[in-house]
Design a protein around this ligand. Sequence first.
Ligand SMILES: [Zn+2]
Length: 184
Amino acid sequence: MNRGILCKKCQQEIGEDKRADALYCSRECRLAARMQEVRRRNSQRLKYERELAQQFAAWLESFERKLRKQAPENAIGYRAGLWSGHGYLWFPVLPAGTDARGKLRTRLDFNRRRTTDDYFHLHPFEPPAVPLATLYQIRFISNVYPYPDLEDAGSFEELIPYEMKIRGLPIENLASLPVRKQRK
Ligand SMILES: [Zn+2]
C-alpha cells in the first residue's frame, strides 16, 4: 500500500521508505527544486533591479535635487552610511586590493556598470546602490585628492526606498542590523 503522495517536482509517487512528511521522491528532485527556487528568486530580483529607475523615478529626482542643494561647493560625490550599531558602513563598498591581474577591484553601479570609484558621483548624478531599503546618513566627498569625506558639511539623513544585491559586503547578515527594514 502506498500513501498516494506525489513528488512536488516530478509528480511521481513518493516511496514508502521516505519520511511521512517528505515532499520529494528523491535527493535529485529535492536539489532540482531548490535550484529552481534559487533561479526564480534571482530572476525576480533582477527584474526588480531593472525596474528601479522607473519605479523610483520621482524619489530619484527629489533626492538628486536635495543632494545638489546640500552639496558643499567642493563636493565631487557622496556616500551613504548604514548604521551598524557601533559605526557606519559606508556605501559604495569597494573590495580592497587588486585582482589576480593587478587591477583595482571594481563595484557595480546603479546601472550595473563597473567602476573603481569609491563614492557615488554628483555630476552626472549617480543614484545610490545600497543593500537595504532604510535610513542612511549622506556625506559629501571632497574633489581634492585623496577625496576625504566632508564630515558634517551638508550631511543629511535620507530614507533610500529600494535595495540592490551588493557583493562582498563586510557584514555576514544584513538582517541582524538594527535598522528598520522597508517594504520593497
Ligand atoms: Zn521526484
